[in-house]
Design a binder for this molecule. Structure first.
Ligand SMILES: CC(C)(COP(=O)(O)OP(=O)(O)OC[C@H]1O[C@@H](n2cnc3c(N)ncnc32)[C@H](O)[C@@H]1OP(=O)(O)O)[C@@H](O)C(=O)NCCC(=O)NCCS
Length: 219
C-alpha cells in the first residue's frame, strides 16, 4: 500500500487524515512537525516521527503538508524540496462528497474537505486547502498555496492568487482578483480587486485601517 507521511500536526491534518482513513487507499505512517518534542509520541493515532527536517529518516511514498497558513505551507514545501521531496511526492486528498463533475484539475498536495462544489472550467493549483462547503464556480483559478475557509463562495472568473487566505463565509464578486498573500476576513463581501498582501474585511470589504495594521505589528 502507498504510504503517506503528514507534515504539520494541525487541525487540518486531523481533518485530512479522516478523509484518508475513510478512503483506505493510502496508509498514513506518521507525522513530522517542528514542535515534535512537545507533542508526545503520537498524534491522531499516528507516531510522531520527528521534526520536518528529519523527513529523510523514515521512508514515505507520499507526503501531505497540513499547515493552515498557505505561506507557511510554501516555506515547508521549499524545505522539503531541498531534501529531495519533489512535486510528484505529494498526495492529493479529496473528500468523496466533493462535486467536480467536469473533472477540473486539482494540483498535487491540495486538500478538499467535505461538500466542496466545483462547477466548470476551474483550476485548483498545488497545495491549496479548501475547507467544507466551499463553492468554486466557472472559470475560477485558485493558485498554489491558497486557503479557502469553510463556506467561502466565489463568483465566476475569480482569481485567488498564490498564498491568499479567505476567511469563513467570505463571498467574492465575479471577476475579482484576490492578490497574492492577501487575507480576507470572515463573512466579507469582496466587490473589488484586493492588492497583494493586504487584509480586507467587512460588507462591502475594505482594507483594515492602518491603525489596525500598526497594532498588529507591535502586539
Ligand atoms: C480579518 C482578520 C484576518 C483580521 O484579524 P486581525 O488582523 O487580528 O484584526 P483584529 O481582530 O485585531 O481586528 C481589527 C479590526 O477589524 C475588525 N474585524 C476583524 N475581523 C473582521 C471581519 N471579519 N469583518 C469585519 N470586521 C472585522 C475588528 O472588529 C477590529 O475593528 P475595531 O478596530 O474597530 O475594533 C480576522 O478577523 C478574520 O476574519 N480572520 C478569518 C478567520 C477565519 O475565517 N478562520 C477560519 C478558521 S478555519
Amino acid at each position: 500500500m502507498t504510504t503517506l507521511a503528514i507534515i504539520g500536526a494541525s487541525g487540518l491534518a486531523r481533518e485530512a487524515l479522516a478523509v484518508v482513513r475513510e478512503a483506505g487507499e493510502l496508509l498514513p505512517i506518521g507525522v513530522f512537525d517542528d514542535a515534535a518534542s512537545g507533542l508526545g509520541s503520537t498524534f491522531s493515532g499516528l507516531p510522531v516521527l520527528g521534526e520536518i527536517d528529519q523527513v529523510e529518516t523514515v521512508h514515505a511514498d507520499l507526503y501531505l503538508v497540513c499547515v493552515g497558513a498557505g505561506l507557511a505551507r510554501e516555506r515547508i514545501v521549499e524545505r522539503l524540496r531541498m531534501r529531495g521531496v519533489l512535486e510528484n511526492r505529494y498526495a492529493t486528498v479529496v473528500d468523496p462528497s466533493v462535486r467536480n463533475p467536469a473533472g477540473c484539475p486539482i494540483g498535487a498536495g491540495s486538500i478538499l474537505l467535505s461538500h466542496v462544489s466545483i462547477t466548470a472550467d476551474v483550476i485548483v493549483g498545488e497545495h491549496v486547502a479548501v475547507m467544507p462547503g466551499v463553492t468554486i464556480t466557472h472559470d475560477d483559478v485558485i493558485e498554489r498555496y491558497a486557503t479557502l475557509a469553510a463556506g467561502v463562495t466565489l463568483g465566476g472568473s475569480v482569481r485567488v492568487c498564490r498564498g491568499a487566505y479567505l476567511g469563513m463565509n467570505a463571498a467574492v464578486f465575479p471577476g475579482v482578483r484576490i492578490g497574492a498573500g492577501a487575507v480576507i476576513g470572515m463573512s466579507a463581501a469582496v466587490l473589488r480587486n484586493v492588492p497583494a498582501g493586504e487584509t480586507w474585511a467587512g460588507v462591502p470589504a475594505r482594507e483594515l485601517s492602518i491603525a489596525d495594521r500598526l497594532f498588529e505589528r507591535t502586539s
